[in-house]
Write a protein that binds this ligand. Structure first.
Ligand SMILES: O=C[C@H](O)[C@H](O)[C@H](O)COP(=O)(O)O
Length: 227
């Protein structure tokens, strides 16, 4: 990754803390852009801000611990005021493809539990149509081959079982991920609904109608997109 891309991610990630207020409970998304949010949030906590975070991945939990961001979980009747998360693609309706880092299920649970969702991205993630980036689909390992065949019959142009260093990638939930290219997606909500009907599918990386604001990191600053 170039320094310029990293700078754009940093700008977007850091900007998001401006929406965080004392006393809030925050959903902490996953990925290299949210890393900057968590780092900045750690600075604010060290200066006395009182917040708690609910992490959406084991990696995020590690960063929160590293930067001194206090954590909580859903067991304690937690209500999330705000969630901040990254994305792999954002379209003009703020529909998203997420899960490039494999955290889609926990991210969707955290984001759906939050009153508001802010997405932080570098400008390369803002697209006119979803679909260039394959849709990650988390599936139960048992019978994944059958699940894959069913999804292939749904207009999927290519489908790959995600691997990491030649081993099958296993999500934080113990599941596999299929990366599915459908070409440009005309109706993301329909596609998501159809995929969810397939036995063995746990969740899709299509996040529809959840996002309130998008913060875009650019070469010359940040842009805040509002609905
Ligand atoms: O599973 C990973 C998440 O959906 C990430 O939020 C997404 O992949 C964007 O990550 P990054 O900010 O590293 O591009």
């Amino acid at each position: 990754m170039t320094d310029q891309v990293e700078l754009r991610k940093k700008r977007a990630g850091e900007k998001a803390v401006e929406w965080i207020e004392d006393g809030m409970t925050i959903g902490l998304g996953s990925g290299s852009t949210v890393y900057w949010t968590i780092k900045k949030l750690g600075e604010l906590v060290n200066k006395g801000m009182k917040i708690k975070g609910v992490p959406s991945s084991i990696r995020t939990e590690g960063w929160a611990n590293q930067f001194g961001v206090p954590l909580t979980d859903f067991q304690q009747g937690t209500e999330l005021d705000l969630a901040i998360d990254g994305a792999d693609e954002v379209d003009p309706s703020f529909h998203l493809i997420k899960g490039g880092g494999g955290s889609l299920v926990r991210e969707k649970i955290v984001n759906a539990a939050s009153k508001n969702l802010i997405i932080v991205v570098d400008e390369s993630k803002v697209v006119s149509n979803l679909g260039e980036f394959g849709v990650p689909i988390e599936v139960v390992p048992f019978g994944w081959e059958v699940t894959e065949r069913r999804i292939s019959q749904m207009g999927c142009r290519s489908i790959q079982l995600r691997k990491s260093e030649n081993e099958i990638y296993v999500s934080n939930n113990g599941n596999y991920i299929l990366d599915c290219h459908f070409g440009y997606i005309e109706n993301a909500m329909n596609l998501h609904a159809q995929l969810k009907q397939v036995v063995g599918v746990v969740e899709t990386g299509l996040f529809i109608g959840m996002t309130d604001h998008v913060i875009v990191g650019k070469d010359n600053g940040v842009q805040v997109l509002r609905k």
